[in-house]
Design a protein around this ligand. Sequence first.
Ligand SMILES: [Zn+2]
Length: 197
Amino acid sequence: MTQNTQEKVLALFKECDALLQGHFKLTSGKHSEWYFEKIRLIRKPDVLDRIVDLLVGKIEAAGADFDTVVSPAYGAIAIGFLAALKLGKTFAFSQRVDGKMSFRSGFSGLDGSRAIIVEDILTTGGSIQEVLECLKEKQVAVAGIHVLVDRTAGSVLIEGKPVGSLLALKVEAFEPEVCPFCKAGLPLTKPGASDKK
Ligand SMILES: [Zn+2]
């Protein structure tokens, strides 16, 4: 992915406030310069449309043959759906039922097909791994895995391979005692606090 595309994606993420830059207290208690408010990706459909255009360009460039775009619920549904629409493919989403990733029975046409997985943000790769296992059970061949943002900047491997992303951003988190932003006297924000009143 070119530097140019990374910059475009970064600008679009900022445009819909899905990526905030500052000094944030994460739920882990650590401090970070970056905060993803990923639900905001779907709040401005016109911005998401432009982000997905870039993703589709990348998927097309990969040249894989597939029938269906699959995304894990819920954040990635709008992204995978839009990508499927633009690519002229079918779409399905997986969801956890009693803790196990699965597909609704209405998606039974998936069995034996070829699919790509589209996810919003790669943090640990856990959800993607669960989707992969679920697809394997259905004899679905996975022809590619694409994420908008790789927060690990390529350090998480899925089935031994790095995942393709539009934006690779290594998000460092610091213990408060060693936080450079605290040292610089920047005010600390606790994101999401206003949602929990
Ligand atoms: Zn700090």
